[in-house]
Design a protein around this ligand. Structure first.
Ligand SMILES: *Cc1c(COP(=O)(O)O)cnc(C)c1O
Length: 389
């Protein structure tokens, strides 16, 4: 790594890139290797690889405790957890979601012949705008899925009030919000249920995995049946179902990552503060900040480039990539611009002005335990030099 001094030294002008190896967004946060291998040894000794094994049970209990919620139902991915939660809640017809989210929120509905209806977001928070949700309700609407984007809670009370008023089910995609709180309550207890993702790139991972958190005993029972083909006992199927089970080796990763969670939050928080200091004062550049009165996981460093910036978001993005800093344009251009939704709603842009604006302005910067202060200073230096050089 070298320090960048002038605009002529930027890789975009043919100089060597700042990073020899690519610097990724979402490089996994991994706990103790020895701890994991010890668990792996136990799995081999027991020969109990899947089907609600002891590590999955321990993992579910610890994740539920961490979020102060009655049930954690662990699954093989966040997407399957979303699909099962959606089905267990009996959603059908139309369900209102933001377009500014990862495509899985929409796909989990469409995959089950439910129509996702996109409502606009609040440009200040990047989460659903309750008035926009209200305006998208039709006689076919059965539910709302709020997304706690970047770990910041969706407007929980306002969405619950709308759901109550119209008799709709409310659930949350909490894929980004492991360990986050809203008004002092941990994510997991809002709406009918909340879905976590433990994908490798997320704040907290089990290689691949996900879970539904809920305080509803009946809903949890139904989801436990659904993730295991509806089996109740050896030869008795009492519910339709699929294969959504978490495997033991995934739970082992989850358990060592739970042990490491405090240090991951510290690293992320430190990284966020370094970015915040380094990028403050650059015209047209701002970072989405965190409410320090809440618990945050600081996993997403969200840089917003507005019209006051002398260069465009895409120009900054290209200059970062030229330096091997693989920043991401999450979640550009919005689900409504992707198949199959772009065909369903060719004119959705007209109803989603804030979504389009935010999607055109955001760059996600690399953080996590694999990223240190020196790397962050180099990223900041590229951005500073590119904008002001
Ligand atoms: C990652 C993600 C998902 C899907 O989770 P997987 O575990 O990758 O299936 C769903 N919603 C959002 C907002 C996500 O970021």
């Amino acid at each position: 790594m070298k320090t960048i001094k002038t605009k002529q030294d930027l890789a975009i002008n043919g100089a060597a890139p700042a990073f020899e190896e690519p610097l990724h967004v979402g490089c996994p946060n991994i706990g103790s290797r020895e701890g994991f291998l010890k668990y792996a040894g136990e799995i081999f000794d027991r020969r109990w690889l899947t089907n609600n094994g002891p590590l999955v049970q321990e993992f579910e209990q610890r994740v539920a405790e961490y979020h102060n919620v009655t049930h954690c139902v662990a699954m093989c991915s966040g997407t399957v957890a979303l699909e099962i939660a959606i089905r267990a809640l009996g959603l059908e017809g139309e369900v209102i979601i933001p377009s500014y989210t990862f495509i899985a929120t929409a796909h989990a509905l469409h995959w089950q012949a439910i129509t996702p209806v996109f409502a606009d977001i609040d440009p200040a928070t990047h989460t659903l705008d309750p008035d926009a949700v209200r305006s998208m309700i039709t006689p076919r609407t059965t539910g709302i899925i709020g997304v706690h984007l970047w770990g910041r809670s969706a407007p929980v009370e306002a969405l619950q009030a709308i759901a109550d008023e119209y008799g709709l089910k409310l659930m949350f995609d909490a894929a980004h919000a492991f360990g986050c709180s809203y008004r002092g309550t941990m994510v997991g207890s809002f709406g009918a249920c909340e879905v976590l993702s433990f994908h490798a790139t997320k704040f907290f991972n089990t290689f691949e995995g996900g879970a539904v958190l809920t305080n509803d005993d009946k809903l949890a029972d139904a989801m436990r049946l659904m993730r295991n083909f509806g089996f109740s006992g050896m030869d008795n199927v009492i519910h339709p179902g699929t294969n959504g089970k978490m495997i033991e080796v995934a739970a082992a990763m989850g358990l060592v990552n739970l042990d490491a969670i405090t240090s991951v939050i510290e690293a992320n928080k430190h990284n966020f503060q370094a970015y915040h200091e380094g990028l403050s004062g650059l015209s047209g550049i701002s970072l989405l900040t965190f409410d320090e009165s809440e618990l945050n996981n600081y996993q997403y460093v969200v840089m917003v480039v507005d019209e006051k910036c002398p260069v465009t978001r895409d120009q900054i993005f290209q200059s970062l990539h030229a330096e091997n800093i693989l920043a991401r344009k999450y979640f550009w251009p919005g689900c409504h611009k992707m198949k199959p939704y772009v065909d369903l709603y060719p004119h959705a842009d007209l109803l989603l002005p804030n979504t389009c604006q935010v999607a055109d302005r955001v760059i996600i910067l690399p953080t996590g335990t694999a990223v240190n202060s020196n790397m962050i200073q180099a990223v900041i230096s590229v951005i500073q030099t590119y904008i002001s050089g």
